[in-house]
Design a protein around this ligand. Structure first.
Ligand SMILES: NC(=O)c1ccc[n+]([C@@H]2O[C@H](COP(=O)([O-])OP(=O)(O)OC[C@H]3O[C@@H](n4cnc5c(N)ncnc54)[C@H](OP(=O)(O)O)[C@@H]3O)[C@@H](O)[C@H]2O)c1
Length: 261
């Protein structure tokens, strides 16, 4: 971690803000904070000291990703880690989804990740090293929440985009690492920020504290790993789900018991 320059998208709140504080405390040389809301970014930067660089940006736009990269390199000389963390949920069942809903989920959750990857990859290839981390979701693996529908689908696409990138880089660029992070319910404004509103994650029982999620991502920066669930229990559930002969049956059984709405 020490002396690394780390870009974090979605750093104005929630997981991204907590990660920024964690990596700064562990000695990162530069922490580049990107999101749309400037006052919130400045408040996070104020807690980090000299290591922070604020870049207001909408990561669903390719040019804004390029601006983040260029400002980071102009200030710190290089980028070591790029964390695609910005994202947004939705609260609509599949039967209710509109074209605009799908476009929003794909643009904010999937295209932003593609833009982040394609923006920083030439820099990493030039240096033959780097680390791209993308925050996906446990909901990309199984339908724990039917109303997250297009969100879950967009994050499932993110997983395969990252896995495809990992395989693409493996032989020619073994020191460019990729990590897909799979959190469960985390105590942030994610639920209330979801398209069409929704429950406040911070009130849900067992919501994981952001500091724990940040610690898992920081550990992945220190020791790169291809995929990491932020709670071991989630990995065990995923293993059981994918091993099931009949997933429809397991969706009705404890501890899955997935509600249909
Ligand atoms: N909380 C959970 O339960 C949970 C579970 C699994 C995965 N995740 C994932 O974790 C990541 C972080 O979510 P969170 O829980 O921290 O939610 P959050 O508190 O709502 O934070 C979302 C962050 O993303 C930023 N953002 C959203 N759209 C953006 C855009 N177009 N351009 C730039 N920044 C944008 C927001 O900043 P601005 O509004 O200032 O732009 C904010 O900083 C997301 O990818 C989410 O899908 C969350």
């Amino acid at each position: 971690m020490k002396d690394k320059v780390i870009v974090i998208t979605g750093a104005s709140a929630g997981i991204g803000a907590a990660l920024a504080e964690t990596v700064a405390k562990r000695g990162a040389k530069g922490v580049v904070l990107a999101a749309r809301r400037l006052p919130e970014l400045q408040a996070v930067a104020g807690r980090l000291g000299d290591a922070a660089l604020v870049v207001p940006a909408d990561v669903s736009k390719r040019a804004d990703n390029e601006l983040i990269r260029d400002r980071a390199i102009a200030k710190f000389g290089r980028i070591d880690v790029w964390v695609n963390n910005a994202g947004r949920g939705i609260s609509r069942l599949v039967s209710q989804l509109t074209d605009d809903d799908i476009d929003d989920m794909i643009t904010v959750n999937l295209k932003s990740v593609l833009y982040g990857i394609q923006t920083v990859l030439p820099h990493f290839k030039e240096h033959k090293s780097g680390h791209i981390i993308t925050v996906s979701s446990g909901l990309s693996r199984f339908p724990f929440a039917a109303q997250r529908s297009a969100y879950s689908a967009s994050k499932a696409a993110v997983n395969l985009l990252m896995a495809s990138l990992r395989v693409e880089l493996r032989d020619e660029y073994p020191d460019i690492h990729t990590t897909t992070v799979l959190p469960g319910v985390v105590s942030t404004e994610f639920g209330t920020n979801a398209l069409h509103g929704g429950v406040d994650n911070r009130r849900l029982p067992n919501a994981q504290p952001v500091e724990e999620v940040a610690a898992v991502i920081a550990a992945a920066i220190e020791k790169p790993i291809a995929e990491v669930y932020t709670r071991a229990q989630m990995r065990e559930l995923a293993a059981r789900y994918f091993a099931a002969e009949d997933v429809a049956a397991i969706e009705r059984q404890p501890p899955f018991m997935m509600p249909s709405r």
